[in-house]
Write a protein of this length. Structure first.
Length: 278
């Protein structure tokens, strides 16, 4: 039997998704929880591998098991063995042909930046930080150069295992929410460090260090040397994975896991509600 699970985790507490000798990764903790819950050793396969300090509110994994459990039992049972920084949000029995990675038709990421002169200790590890004022409208305009199917070699990190640099970005939006800048991008797939490299370029445009049109030049260069440095991992969230309707999995994006109290430090309650934080 194949079971799909939706995961949420705080990336600060783990050395990324993929198993490591240290045993301190999300995959390591999840597979250990399955052993405790079912007595089985399994291999968990994820939709998108996240690096250390990268978070997820909509990660999807699958595993094969002989254990006969109700879907809600998978949620409650595994969570009783997982660390508090990681939780299974939902479980669903899926057909054997379902694959968390290869069946996915889209991934959505959000990057959150605190844009104010002084860094926030409370938000440390949960967001990126830029002390210079950012022009979100220019960032939004620059991001539109990337929408569509392109060769994203300029945003591809060394060590990327993707067979092709050609990906299709469905949308890229940049909005300001008080002291926060939120960047949301959806594509069929992403290259290694692609989102963080895009964010680095958007920050260059936002501070005025580069023009809006520069983003198009970077894209056309097809060279990593043409782009800005990779931005911090801490503000990056995998928020959703899309699948064909045949699998019956919801593609609804989960909300940014920041406490409403933190947001209302810089936003009115009405603004929070308008942004979906109600």
């Amino acid at each position: 039997m194949r079971v799909a699970l939706g995961l949420e985790y705080d990336g600060r507490s783990f050395e990324g998704w993929q198993t490591q000798p240290s045993g301190q990764t999300v995959q390591d903790y999840l597979e250990a929880a399955v052993v405790q819950f079912t007595g089985e050793k399994v291999k968990a396969v994820c939709a998108g591998r996240t690096d250390a300090n990268v978070h997820a509110t909509g990660q999807v994994i699958h595993l094969d098991t002989g254990a006969d459990r109700k879907e809600i039992s998978w949620v409650r049972g595994l969570n009783s063995y997982l660390p508090t920084e990681c939780a299974v949000r939902w479980a669903k029995v899926v057909p054997d042909e379902f694959h968390a990675r290869f069946s996915a038709c889209s991934r959505t990421y959000e990057y959150w930046i605190v844009n104010e002169p002084v860094r926030s200790p409370i938000l440390s590890g949960r967001t990126g930080w830029v002390f210079r004022p950012l022009n979100e409208k220019n960032m939004e305009a620059a991001g539109q150069f990337l929408v569509g199917e392109h060769d994203f070699s300029s945003f591809r990190a060394a060590g990327c295992q993707s067979k092709t640099p050609v990906k299709n970005i469905e949308y890229l939006h940049v909005i300001r929410l008080g002291r926060f800048i939120k960047i949301r991008v959806k594509a069929n797939a992403f290259l290694y460090h692609m989102v963080r490299n895009i964010v680095g370029c958007l920050v260059y445009v936002g501070t005025g260090a580069r023009s809006v049109d520069w983003m198009g030049e970077v894209l056309e260069a097809k060279s990593r040397q043409a782009a800005a440095p990779t931005f911090y991992p801490t503000g990056l969230y995998l928020t959703g994975v899309g699948y064909p309707e045949i699998f019956g999995l919801s593609t609804e994006l989960r909300r940014f896991p920041a406490d409403k109290f933190l947001l209302t430090n810089s936003m009115s309650l009405s603004s929070c509600r308008a942004a979906g934080f109600d």
